[in-house]
Each structure stands twice: as C-alpha cells, then as structure tokens.
Design a protein. Structure first.
Length: 342
C-alpha cells in the first residue's frame, strides 16, 4: 500500500515553486519562513480547492454537452466566486472552531496541519479580517452575476453561504449535529454545479441537479474519512459528526457504500443519457479504488506505517487521493463528451 499512502511529495525546503507545491500537497507550511504565496495557500488550505474546480468545470462542460449556449466570461467569474467561497469557508471554519473551543493544541486540526492562529502564523483578528475580505470579494462577484443573470444567482450564493457559516458557527453548528456531511453533498452538488450552470447559461435543466450528485457524494467521502480519523476527539468533545453517530466500523462501511454509489450512479446516468458515454473513463480509477476499499475495510492503524505528513489523518487522505483521481477523469470524460457529443 506504500504507493498509495505515501505519494511522491515536493520538497518543503526547495525553491519557491517546490515550497508552494508542498503546501498544496500537504496543507502544511514549508520549512523556514513562509513567503506570501505559501502563507496564503496555507491559510486558505488551497490544496483542497481542486474539488471545487471539478464541480465548476463539470457544469460548463455539461452545458456544452446539452447544447446550451455558454457565456464563458460569466462562467469564469462564477468559478472564481466558488473558489473565493471555498477559501472563505476554510478560513471561517478555523475561526469558528477556535472560538467555540473545538480547535485546541491536541486536536487533530492542529496536529495534521498547524492551526494558523495557534501556530502564530496569523492573529485571531487577522484571520477574522482575512475571512471578511474574502467574503466581501465573493459578495462583489455575486452582485455582478445577479446583475447579469438575475436573483436566482443570489439564491444559490446565499444558500451556500448560510450552509458554509452554519457548518461550524453557532447557533446551527451543523457539523456538531451529524449534518455536516449532508451539507457537503448539497454544496458541492446542486448549489455549486447548479449555480455555475445557471450563471453560465441563464437556465438550468433538471438533469443538471441529478448530474451533480455522483461527484458531490464522492467529495463527501473525504469529509467522512476526516471525521472517522477524528472520531475519538469529536466524541470526547461532544461533536456528533456522522461517524460519531454511526461508530467507526459502520462509518467505514457507509463511506465504502458512498464510493460504490459514485461509480454506480455514473453508469446509470450514462445509461439514461444525462452523462456522456465518455464519463465511463472514471472507471480508470478502479485500481486505486480497490486499494482504498481495502484500507477502509480495516481499522485505522495506531501509527502510520509510512511517512505521512498529515497524520493523524489516515482515511481522509486516502479518500482525497481517489476523489482527485476520479474527479480528474470525470472532467476528462466530460471534455470528450462535449467535443464528440457522446
């Protein structure tokens, strides 16, 4: 399993590009003093942003496949808005989890990657200001898109913002009540893909909502893995994530079922012509899937058997590797579908 769990990583003490790639690959700061780009990538946890880009790109490519005219300037602006929203979400999660006392020195958030405030990279006030600035930029993007496409854009954006804030912030604290995983499905699925499709085309057929679920479910396996990894800490803290509610063994089984659902739904949606036939390229990730499946069939090891820069996370990076591989193949399949029409 070493080829799966310990991928080849950039150097954390190399040149600038190597240091940026290190932060993107591990969400950890590079060695020594951080340059401005590394600092920004670290603060926003930019390594997980590609999941958002897959959702956005899928919307634009589906529009071509369905034959709807696309305003590519508005598509690009919408995609930029989604990236800002994801960055703001990561900043706010760190801020609110710190405020409610979840993120502490011995909590996994500060172990797999230093917490930006607890590690002294930024002050609590600085984190708050950064999150505010990113949210304001996102608001500006939303207003431009509303002016171009109308108020449905605001509905998509505000629904995403409420779920994003409510994920960790009082009074909702959706993560604490076993609803965080459902939130991710809603955001990475209908809200991201549906909102981008509408921004790009000015319309949204029902098929887009259905098409949004396979990748949204696959993306949620990363969160499921992360919450399985943090189960002992969350249980002690009273944070009832879905894995805490289910217990570790059933949570691992549920995550495996979500992996299967991604592949099964892809086949079904190809069969009913919601996806192009080329979407079956996602099955090129099946070898990796089989290895991740095997890992999820066993309890988390007491210690990482291989060098692991994000330990104590174990299941989360495995799910992320599969999501990244399958997500890239999904986009490639949609590109072929958009070009060839099948």
């Amino acid at each position: 399993m070493s080829d799966l769990e310990s991928p080849r990583l950039p150097k954390s003490d190399g040149g600038l590009v190597q240091r940026w790639l290190w932060v993107l690959a591990t969400t950890n700061p590079p060695e020594g003093e951080m340059d401005p780009v590394s600092r920004w990538l670290f603060l926003t946890r930019a390594g997980v942003i590609p999941m958002t880009l897959v959702s956005a790109c899928s919307a634009g490519l589906l529009a071509i496949f369905y034959g709807d005219p696309v305003d590519w300037a508005l598509f690009a602006l919408s995609t930029f808005g989604l990236v800002l929203a994801h960055m703001a979400n990561n900043l706010m999660n760190d801020l609110f989890d710190l405020q409610v006392g979840t993120d502490q020195e011995d909590y996994p958030r500060n172990l797999y990657s230093p917490h930006p405030v607890l590690s002294g990279v930024i002050s609590k006030k600085g984190l708050m200001v950064t999150a505010l600035v990113v949210n304001v930029l996102g608001l500006i993007v939303m207003l431009i898109l509303v002016a171009a496409r109308g108020w449905p854009i605001a509905a998509f954006a505000l629904a995403g913002f409420v779920l994003s804030v409510g994920y960790t912030a009082p009074p909702l604290r959706l993560k604490k009540h076993g609803l965080g995983e459902v939130t991710v499905i809603a955001v990475w699925g209908p809200l991201m893909m549906g909102g981008t499709y509408y921004a790009a085309t000015g319309s949204i057929p029902w098929q887009v909502y259905v098409a949004s679920f396979p990748y949204a479910i696959l993306s949620t396996t990363v969160l499921m893995g992360k919450h399985i990894d943090k189960l002992a800490w969350d249980e002690r803290d009273g944070t009832r994530t879905l894995p805490v509610v289910l217990g570790e063994e059933r949570a691992r089984l549920a995550t495996k079922a979500m992996f299967v659902t991604f592949y099964a739904l892809s086949v079904v949606l190809v069969a009913v012509l919601i996806f192009p036939v080329a979407m079956l390229l996602v099955f090129a990730s099946f070898q990796l899937f089989s290895r991740v499946w095997q890992a999820y069939g066993q309890p988390k090891p007491a210690e990482s058997p291989v060098p692991n820069p994000v330990w104590p996370l174990w299941f989360a990076p495995l799910a992320f590797l599969l999501t990244r591989r399958a997500g890239g193949l999904l986009v490639l399949g949609l590109i072929f579908g958009a070009i060839l029409g099948w």
